[in-house]
Structures are given as structure tokens and as C-alpha cells.
Design a protein around this ligand. Structure first.
Ligand code: SAH
Ligand code: SF4
Ligand code: F3S
Length: 450
């Protein structure tokens, strides 16, 4: 039995790793003849790519899968029963346990078993029984399965998988395994193929791209990857994520010398308190972080910085929080992803006893969000009156007469779609927009060219 006539959908939670893995799942299933659909109602096969970095994402999956029992299989489906497959980080963490918790699931696969998914689904289609495959780790960087990109002009390019950092709150090293780097020649070959394919923007991916190459012969460094990919003719180059302890002078220097490298950097700080940073096992101080920011701005004055912050790490005091607040105030981030600490079983931080009331943590979180909003708006205001290059992504979901795109600094831009202009022609092209208004999370203006 193949996949002809079978419809599928992929539902993705979590980070860019998962989003990229989902593109690969789609690529593999499409290559076998399966038909992509947008809803569970129309899908014969539902694949979940899951995340367990915080409890909320974890719980959402269980609720969604359980409630799927009430959605009947579409009329005309060649199957007797919908196949539900769970992959990603919960698949890796819970393995076959998932069959006990969710009795409508028939396939479970781990983060190192992506390539086995079509075979597992096929077996489930043939014999109706349960199939799971979870490898503890990848022996080497996985080969390239076919990929079906969500946006044809933008590609994620994984350069490392896994993580060796073991930040004390984080489950990722347990569900993504040890860090493995992809050989530099492979990365460059894929980048060249993408450029030939018409891709305008590449985002290099890894849990900590800065430690790239430590496990490879000759020890190529991340700066070498940037140089090589930045010289393929790609228009826009980005990378995520960077760990502050491993961000080198050479990498920072590339923001000044590589025209394709966009002036935006996501540099998670997590906390501004040295005591908390140490308890988090982050291996840098707030002073080190501020030093990096200063150097980055010397090399690239335009650079837009974004970060991740955890509020309410066990034992965080008001003083610790004020140190975080102070650091944020000093840096001025274009965007901050703030998270309330979520206890993850089996991580070292889960053993720290903490009696801080929930309301205190929520209050700190709200104060931080307010500060970030004010600062982000002030930073965006500085772009009013400028003409900026915008990579057009399509029409706004809320208003079809407006187009949406991204600036080099990764700000979202809205502009009215000029009359008689087909959005399909603009999608995936870079156009100039004159910025007229700015809020904390977006800019708006008028399309100049096209
Ligand atoms: N490798 C990346 C991303 C890891 S997960 C990095 O190091 O930055 C993305 C973000 O989730 C982290 O930066 C952290 O801010 C947050 N996070 C991770 N574990 C968490 C937890 N237990 N509770 C709350 N937030 C968490
Ligand atoms: Fe988690 Fe730290 Fe690794 Fe990031 S660097 S994935 S926060 S352990
Ligand atoms: Fe979530 Fe796994 Fe990414 S736990 S954040 S999807 S690596």
C-alpha cells in the first residue's frame, strides 16, 4: 500500500527546529504521493510535531489529540480509521508510553527518526497496529530528506542538531541529544542548491550555532560557515540560536563585513542576575553580555537585538528580577520573548524548592513586558521616514488589501497593496517601503517600487 489518495496534515508546535522538521515530513510524504490538506477534518493521516520545552505546549498536545476522537474521518477516505502519528520532542521523551495515554495514536517517532516516519505510517496502514521508533541519539548528522518549504523563497538550513549545554532549566538536551555538526561542504552545497532554486533568505539553524564544528575534523568554526554561505549569492542570511558564552569576535565581525548577513541577532540572555545565571548554568555574567552588545553595536550600529528571558526561575528574588529589568533597560531590545519559568521533570532546576507566589512572578513578568513594549516602540519609531527593503511574504491574514513583509532587522511591515497589483507577483520579492508609522511590534508605510 502506498500513499496515493491519502490526505495528510502536519501540526507543529515549538521552535524552528520543529518547523523545519515538519517541512521535511511534508516533503517525504508528498514524494510518496500523499496529498496535503489544511484541517484535521480532511486528513486521513495527522502528524504532530511536538514541543515540551514548557508545560503549556506539552498539555496542549494531549488535549488536542484526545479531542480528535470526536472528528469523523472524511467521506471517501480509503482508510477505516485516521492514523495519528506523534513525533518531535514529546515523541522522543515519552516514546511508547504515548500509546497508553492516548489510545487513538498509532505511530510514535523520535527526533532522530524522521526518515523512518513514512515506513512507520505505511506499516500502520497495512496492519492497523501500533508502531514506534525512538533512537537515543543520531550517529551522525542526518542526511537530507526531501523538503517542502512553507515559503518557497525562505529556507532553514540546519547546521547542528542537539545541544551539549545543559542549562539547568532546559529539557532540550534530553530530547534532541548531543550536539552534532554538519560538514561544511554539505552546508555549502545545500546553500548553493537553495540559491539556484530562487531562495532569497537562508536561516542557519542550531540550538547553539556558535559552537559549530567542535566535533568535526579540522574544527571549522561558525564564522567559516557564515563566510561560506554568505558568499553563495544568497540575498539575506540569518542564524539562530546563539549562546552568549560562545559568540566570538570573528562572528560579530561578520555583521560588518558580510553584506548578506542581516543586521539582526537573537541572543538569549535568560536573566540579568549573575547569581541566577550561575544557577541556570549559563556560564557567562551580565557584564559579559553587555560587553558583547557594545562590541556588536560598534561593528554594526544598525543591529537589532532580540532575546529570551525566563522570569521566576526558582529562587529568583526581587533584586534578581531588578537586575534583569536593568539589563533590558540598558540594552534596548527590538523584541524580547519572555517566559515564566516552567518546571521540567528530570532537569536539575526541577529539584530546587521555591516558594515564590505565582502572583509575584506574574507581576514581574507584566512589568518586564511593559518595559519591552515601550522600548521596542521607541526603537521602531527611529525608522519612520526611512525607505527600507522589505521581503514581501503575502497579504495580511486580517486584511487582504494590505501586504506584509520583513525588513533586514526582521521587523514586520504592513503597507496597502497598490490597486490592480497582484499579491502573487510581489510575494517572495524584495521591495522598497517608505516607513510612516511604528508601533512596538510592527511598522507600516507605503510601497515605493514595483
Ligand atoms: N537553544 C536555544 C533555544 C532553547 S528553547 C537557546 O539556547 O536559546 C527557547 C527558550 O525557551 C529558551 O531560550 C528559554 O528562554 C526558554 N525555556 C527553556 N526552558 C524553559 C523552561 N523550563 N521554562 C521556561 N522557559 C524555558
Ligand atoms: Fe536549552 Fe541551554 Fe541548550 Fe538552549 S543552550 S537548548 S537553553 S540547554
Ligand atoms: Fe520545543 Fe523541542 Fe524545540 S522541546 S523548543 S521543539 S527542541
Amino acid at each position: 500500500m502506498g500513499f496515493e489518495g491519502i490526505t495528510y496534515t502536519v501540526l507543529t508546535f515549538g521552535c524552528q527546529m520543529n518547523k523545519h522538521d515538519s517541512e521535511r515530513v511534508r516533503g517525504m510524504l508528498e514524494a510518496l504521493g500523499a496529498i496535503s490538506v489544511d484541517s484535521i477534518e480532511e486528513a486521513d493521516v495527522v502528524v504532530y510535531m511536538t514541543c515540551c520545552v514548557r508545560e503549556a505546549a506539552d498539555m496542549r498536545l494531549f488535549g488536542q489529540v484526545a479531542s480528535m476522537k470526536n472528528i469523523p474521518l472524511r467521506e471517501g477516505s480509503p482508510l477505516h480509521k485516521r492514523i495519528v502519528a506523534i513525533g518531535g520532542c514529546i515523541g522522543q521523551r515519552d516514546g511508547e508510553e504515548l500509546f497508553k495515554r492516548l489510545n487513538n495514536v498509532s505511530v510514535v517517532f523520535g527526533t532522530h527518526n524522521l526518515a523512518s516516519l513514512p515506513g512507520l505510517i505505511e506499516s500502520a496502514l497495512e496492519d492497523g497496529s501500533l508502531h514506534a521508533e525512538i533512537k537515543d541519539s543520531a550517529e551522525s548528522f542526518p542526511s537530507d530528506p526531501p523538503t517542502s518549504r512553507e515559503m518557497p523563497w525562505a529556507a532553514w538550513l540546519p547546521i547542528t542538531i542537539g545541544c551539549n549545554n545543559f542549562c539547568s532549566y532546559c529539557i532540550v538536551p534530553y530530547v534532541r541529544g548531543r550536539e552534532k555538526s554538519r560538514p561544511l561542504e554539505d552546508i555549502v552545497q545545500e546553500a548553493e542548491r537553495l540559491v539556484n532554486d530562487g531562495v532569497l533568505e537562508i536561516t542557519l539553524l542550531g540550538q547553539n550555532v556558535n559552537s559549530y564544528g567542535r566535533d568535526l575534523y579540522g574544527k571549522p568554526r561558525f564564522a567559516d560557515v557564515l563566510e561560506a554561505v554568505g558568499s553563495t549569492g544568497i540575498k539575506r542570511l540569518r542564524f539562530a540560536t546563539s549562546h552568549p558564552k560562545d559568540l566570538t569576535e570573528e562572528v560579530m565581525g561578520k555583521f560588518a563585513t558580510l553584506p548578506a548577513l542581516m543586521p539582526a541577532l537573537h541572543l538569549p540572555v535568560q536573566s540579568g542576575s549573575d547569581r541566577i545565571l550561575q544557577a541556570m548554568n549559563r556560564r557567562y555574567t551580565s557584564g559579559h553580555y553587555l560587553g558583547l552588545v557594545e562590541k556588536l553595536r560598534q561593528k554594526c550600529p544598525e543591529i537589532a537585538l532580540s532575546t529570551d528571558i525566563i522570569v521566576g526561575f526558582p529562587g529568583e528574588t526581587e533584586q534578581d528580577f531588578l537586575a534583569t529589568y536593568d539589563l533590558v533597560e540598558k540594552v534596548g531590545f527590538h523584541q524580547v520573548f519572555s517566559f515564566i519559568y516552567s518546571k521540567r521533570e528530570h532537569t536539575p532546576a526541577a529539584r530546587i524548592v521555591d516558594n515564590t507566589p505565582r502572583e509575584t512572578i506574574q507581576d514581574r513578568f507584566d512589568r518586564l513586558v511593559k518595559l519591552v513594549e515601550t522600548q521596542a516602540e521607541a526603537l521602531n519609531q527611529k525608522d519612520c521616514g526611512k525607505n527600507v527593503d522589505v521581503l514581501i511574504e503575502g497579504a495580511s491574514k486580517k486584511d487582504e488589501t494590505r501586504l506584509v513583509g520583513k525588513t533586514p532587522k526582521h521587523q514586520t511591515v504592513h503597507a496597502p497593496l497598490p490597486p490592480q497589483t497582484d499579491i502573487a507577483v510581489l510575494r517572495g520579492t524584495i521591495q522598497q517601503v517608505r516607513i510612516e508609522k511604528a508601533g512596538p511590534w510592527y511598522l507600516s508605510g507605503t510601497l515605493l517600487s514595483a
